[in-house]
Design a protein. Structure first.
Ligand code: LLP
Length: 422
């Protein structure tokens, strides 16, 4: 059940009216529900426990790296999946312990490796032979021995948007699973690293469970082969990817996902790591925006809002759909099915929705874009020199601005004229 619901005449986040948040924090603003984060986390981890799996959930921080969001999840027991030194810093600042952090990504720099080794992180997911060699070199130079997984590419099509598909042979991620044996053999000869784990992640927003089954079955075969070759594989990182319902495709229930994990890799006796991002954070956030103008053109009816593609880029980048509703409870038979909701940025791609069913709108009307808690604020920018969007976290009847709106004066403060221009 969503924590963003109509109560009386308007939509609430938990026990706080969204109009009140807009009044205090201004718009556009992301609003997250701590209750919703808690429910998603609990649903995910309970499904794994019920399936009898020995699992650790490391939230994929790329989906939402606000430190108040990370703290909410880490208080529930979540670790973190990080992909940069910056995310590592945030995870530690939010109170995640080093041992509960995994470091993913195709291009870790030696500096980031050092930073992660100093933080005693739990595992590196290594994606290439040169990276393996560099990590061995850095770890040895620090007198450390680090646990690693090799991320394998199982050549499985996740049947998702091509820009977020990662497990096909042509994708840049991981090493070809057919070459894994040879690469583990190489890893075993290198000092400073202990190849104890296998990692896989085939893509994001999967609404079909079959690709997970194919990928995990291949990983299970690989573990058996690696063990036969003498490697002590006792951990598996199964990545993230479980989709959410944006109002179109219905993803499989998490219980089916957990059952499938149990069927494919449950007998291997491995400690399992999961890296869900969208599943935990997506439905826990909305973006509130305000209508600036209503423009009735010859063929279309536009609601021009104060959020833009720089605040939420998913529709422009992936043709993603985020359901749009009014904050004010609509009188149901007044829905007009032809609103185009667009932002003020000077690009045709700055369009949130076309032909959207909304009631008659006037200037000043507050709208809500749903399921924006994942890959929303984290992908925001200051394009068009627009302020960096603010974020609010709600818990029952309280709310806090957990990222202040960054006004242009702040980022202009990092710019200056060239020496010869003074
Ligand atoms: N683990 C790894 C190694 C990943 O690359 C990702 C996402 C995840 C876990 C988390 O996946 P999730 O559970 O959130 O599906 N910006 C895009 C999504 C990019 C996903 C990148 N990797 C979007 O807005 O749809």
């Amino acid at each position: 059940m969503s924590n963003f619901k109509y109560r009386k005449d308007e939509m609430y986040a938990e026990d706080v009216a969204l109009s009140r948040i807009a009044e205090v924090a201004g718009t556009p603003v992301y609003v997250y529900s701590a209750g919703e984060l808690t429910e998603s986390y609990t649903r995910f981890s309970s499904a794994l426990a019920t399936a009898g799996l020995n699992a650790r959930v490391c939230f994929a921080m790329k989906a939402n790296s606000n430190i108040a969001v990370i703290r909410t999840l880490s208080d529930l027991g979540a670790g973190a999946d990080v992909v940069s030194g910056g995310e590592l810093e945030r995870a530690l600042a939010a109170g995640v312990s080093g041992s509960a952090i995994v470091f993913s990504g195709v291009g870790k720099t030696p500096g980031e490796m050092r930073q992660a080794i100093s933080a005693s992180i739990g595992q590196f997911n290594v994606e290439s032979v040169p990276e393996l060699e560099m990590l061995s070199y850095v770890a040895t130079s620090m007198g450390a021995n680090v646990d690693i997984a090799i991320r394998v590419n199982p050549d499985v099509d996740a049947n998702t948007h091509h820009k977020i598909s990662t497990g096909r042979q042509e994708d840049k991620f991981g090493v070809d699973i057919a070459r894994a044996g040879e690469i583990y053999a190489r890893a075993a000869t290198l000092p400073g690293i202990a190849p104890v784990s296998v990692a896989v992640h085939i893509g994001s927003q999967l609404t079909d469970i079959a690709p997970f089954r194919a990928a995990f079955a291949r990983v299970a075969e690989l573990v058996t082969e690696l063990r036969a070759a003498g490697h002590n594989i006792h951990k598996l990182d199964l990545g993230g990817g479980l989709g959410i319902d944006y109002g179109g495709h219905t993803p499989p229930p998490v219980e089916d996902y957990a059952a499938l994990v149990s069927e494919t890799v449950g007998d291997l006796g491995c400690e399992l790591i999961f890296e869900p991002g969208r599943y935990l954070a997506g439905p826990a956030g909305v973006l509130i925006t305000q209508v600036i103008y209503v423009k009735e053109a010859e063929v279309r009816r536009f609601a021009i809002v104060d959020a833009a593609m720089n605040d939420l880029i998913r529709p422009a980048l992936y043709d993603a759909i985020h359901r749009i509703e009014t904050v004010r409870r609509p009188v149901t038979d007044t829905l007009i099915h032809d609103w185009d909701v667009v932002g003020p940025v000077c690009e045709a791609g700055d369009t949130f929705a076309k032909g959207c069913p909304l009631p008659p709108l006037a200037e000043g009307e507050l709208l809500v874009m749903r399921d924006a808690g994942a890959y929303g604020a984290v992908m925001s920018s200051v394009y068009n020199s627009r302020a960096l969007v603010a974020e609010v976290l709600v818990h029952r009847d309280s709310f806090t601005i957990v990222r202040a709106r960054q006004e242009p004066a702040v980022f202009m403060g990092y710019e200056n004229l060239a020496d010869w221009q003074h």
